[in-house]
Design a protein around this ligand. Structure first.
Ligand SMILES: Nc1ncnc2c1ncn2[C@@H]1O[C@H](COP(=O)(O)OP(=O)(O)O)[C@@H](O)[C@H]1O
Ligand SMILES: [Mg+2]
Length: 236
């Protein structure tokens, strides 16, 4: 069941099965630090903190802007309704994807703090255990065609759930030690009818492989994308 905690200027939506800690506290890194429950971190646009909850390990992320505009208002967004916020939208989308059987982190809680006409947002989601992102992996080794097919198949599953991942790059694909592929980072993503938008996700992903090959010399070549597309085409 999804529950709601509300005070004057904030709402937290949370899954009562997955969150036993006080919902108004769990977005505070200090809360986890005080009980020695910070188990790691990862660097993206900002810092993602990994924490040990009573139920599982979780990833805590504060929503931030990138780019030049982000230097001015790094974490403020225009408020136009509680359910139109970044964190609530991502929470909903992750729920729908998990229900559809796509490998995504289970959402645990989403918070919005309203500050006048703007808001700040945070998300707590399941940490994918024993996983690394593709950029990290491909810097050390190449992947077998079967793994690329599995990546393509997972993207096809996401598309069959009508989800347009507007930032599908190889930092947002994780591979765990059991060989499962996971898709993360659904900020600004949305459900869309039809199919004409699907190719743009795959184009974006191909650009990401090419870019990281130039930049970090990852173990990847154009044939690998062919294997990925094989997996996609047999699943879609
Ligand atoms: N649920 C998760 N499980 C494991 N690692 C995660 C998870 N969420 C994020 N990460 C790690 O943190 C990094 C940044 O998180 P991400 O959600 O992509 O935010 P952003 O790209 O906006 O900084 C990811 O590339 C990944 O390495
Ligand atoms: Mg990301």
């Amino acid at each position: 069941m999804i529950k709601r905690y509300q005070s004057q200027n904030q709402i937290v939506w949370y899954d009562e099965q997955l969150l036993l800690e006080p919902p108004e506290q769990v977005f505070n890194v200090d809360f986890w630090q005080q009980q020695n429950s910070v188990v790691g971190s990862a660097q993206g646009r900002g810092t993602t903190w990994f924490v040990q909850t009573q139920v599982l390990q979780a990833a805590l992320r504060h929503y931030r802007r990138g780019g030049l505009f982000g230097k001015l208002v790094s974490d403020s967004y225009w408020f136009s309704g509680w359910e139109k916020t970044r964190s609530y939208a991502e929470f909903r989308l992750l729920t729908q994807l998990a229900d559809a059987g796509v490998n995504v982190p289970k959402p645990i809680a989403a918070r919005v703090i309203k500050k006048g006409f703007t808001y700040q947002a945070d998300l707590l989601s399941e940490k994918i255990a024993n996983a690394k992102d593709l950029v990290g992996i491909l810097q050390h080794k190449d992947l077998q065609p079967k793994k690329y097919q599995a990546i393509g198949a997972e993207i096809a599953k996401m598309h069959k759930a009508y989800v347009n991942h507007t930032d599908l790059n190889i930092h947002n694909l994780l591979l765990d030690s059991s060989g499962k592929i996971w898709i993360i980072d659904f900020d600004k993503c949305y459900q869309q009818q039809g199919t004409d938008w699907q190719q743009s996700n795959l184009d974006r992903l191909l650009r990401s492989f090419r870019k990281e090959q130039k930049k970090r010399n990852i173990h990847w070549n154009e044939d690998d994308f062919g294997h990925l597309m094989d997996g996609y085409n047999t699943t879609i």
